[in-house]
Design a protein around this ligand. Structure first.
Ligand code: CTP
Length: 398
């Protein structure tokens, strides 16, 4: 779950067939605990009814700048003051043009001009409208003024054609929104490098050795750091789609991961090694697919570099210890041997914690002592880890 609890969002919907997806966005925002006021433009009203939003958000849904029933009489100023973020999804070519020019001919235009809140725009339109130099110039102007543009994707369009212009998926839009809202967070200005997934060590061009790590805990840490204002580099060998507003660097093997981590850590404040790095790799992967011939096949394995132990520097270093026995003793030894600020130990033999599930039960070991945490979602574990990281960063700079 992303960090939107209690945040005040003005969701503006303009006239595109993608307006139906805005109902999903409103629902996701509501479920995440956000307070959502909605603006429907005249175009949006051609596609969708105010009641759809009112029933979901239980809050104001407005279209009319001149609404005689609004108590204060300055609806656009009230909405502008309320907003911590103004999210426009879908944003049509016409809406982008109006925003770029600063037109104030309807409620949305007036709110956009009146608010200090950051603007998050999720455009949706036919490819030719998107690619038109006028639209691109308006986008450039809006970007230059600090707006976040959640790029449309390529696929089926309302015309039946296929091309660029489909509005991004609600989850992607919410990820960008959370990143924007996190800008003032306790990791603002920090670069956090996170690794995730089990590395894949090639045997031949089609086979590899790996492990059961899903990458979920690492992804949750990357998202949580993003939502607390950090610039995040996620170095991942997991097959999951990258979180929005995070720089993802896909890697396969431990050696590739080491190279990517070493580069990213040249200017890092924090390294969280959540990846399950294979301890061994095949000494000489076969250049061609190995054919089944003999009754036995022996693979010669050599030790991989220890990434966490070898990448050192003036940044906070967090490791994981996945154990099936002697959890505390093994983790304490890793904390010491790798010179870490924190080690997150978990018993991966438990069915509700560790690999592939959405929950985790972990123990924190640091030079200050041991803390056992209850069963938590991986996102909650991520935030607890980052609480410790923030403490360490503060202590270092005190
Ligand atoms: N790690 C690493 N590079 C490796 C192996 C592990 O950076 N080659 C990191 C992991 O990402 C994790 C921590 O070190 O954060 C502990 O990993 P683990 O595999 O549990 O520890 P090992 O030291 O490899 O010990 P063992 O496998 O013997 O339990």
């Amino acid at each position: 779950m992303i960090a939107l609890r209690g945040r005040r969002i003005v969701l503006a919907v303009s006239g595109s067939i993608a307006a139906y997806k805005a109902v999903q966005i409103a629902s996701d925002l509501f479920k995440a605990g956000a307070l959502v006021d909605t603006i429907l433009t005249a175009g949006a009203l051609q596609f969708i009814q105010p009641l759809s939003f009112r029933a979901i958000t239980h809050r104001l849904v407005a279209s009319d700048l001149w609404d005689p029933h609004h108590p204060s009489g300055v609806l656009h100023v009230d909405l502008a003051d309320f907003a911590e973020a103004l999210l426009i999804a879908p944003a049509t070519a016409h809406t982008l043009a109006r925003l770029a020019l600063g037109l104030a001919d309807d409620l949305l235009g007036c709110v956009a001009l009146s608010t200090h809140a950051p603007l998050v725009l999720a455009p949706a339109m036919e490819s030719r409208m998107w690619l038109h130099p006028a639209t691109q110039q308006h986008l450039a102007a809006l970007r230059e003024r600090g707006a976040t543009i959640v790029e449309p994707g390529t696929g089926h369009l309302a015309s039946g054609a296929s091309g660029i212009g489909r509005m991004a998926e609600p989850a992607t839009i919410l990820g960008h929104l959370a990143a924007v809202l996190g800008r003032g967070g306790d990791l603002a200005g920090r670069h956090v490098v996170v690794t995730a997934g089990g590395t894949r060590e090639p045997i031949d061009p089609v086979r590899y050795i790996s492990n059961r790590s899903s990458g979920k805990q690492g992804y949750a840490i990357a998202e949580a750091a993003r939502d607390r204002g950090a610039r995040v580099t996620l170095i991942t060998s997991a097959g999951l789609p990258p979180p929005p507003a995070v720089t993802a660097i896909p890697v396969e093997s431990a050696e590739e991961m080491l190279a990517a981590v070493a580069t990213a850590c040249r200017e890092a404040d924090v390294l969280v090694m959540a990846a399950a790095v294979a301890d061994y790799r095949v000494a000489a992967p076969a250049p061609e697919k190995i054919k089944k011939q003999d009754e036995r096949l022996t693979l010669d394995l050599v030790k991989n570099p220890d990434i966490l132990a070898s990448v050192r520097g003036d940044f906070v270093r967090v490791g994981f210890a996945a154990e099936t026995e002697n959890l505390l003793a093994n983790a304490a030894e890793k904390l010491r041997a790798k010179g870490l600020d924190l080690i997150v130990a978990n018993d991966v033999s438990a069915s509700d914690a560790g690999f592939a599930v959405d929950t985790n039960r972990v123990v924190f070991l640091s030079p200050d002592g041991v803390e056992s945490l209850p069963l938590l979602s991986k996102r909650e574990v991520a935030d607890r880890i980052l609480d410790r990281v923030v403490e360490r960063l503060r202590a270092r700079h005190a």
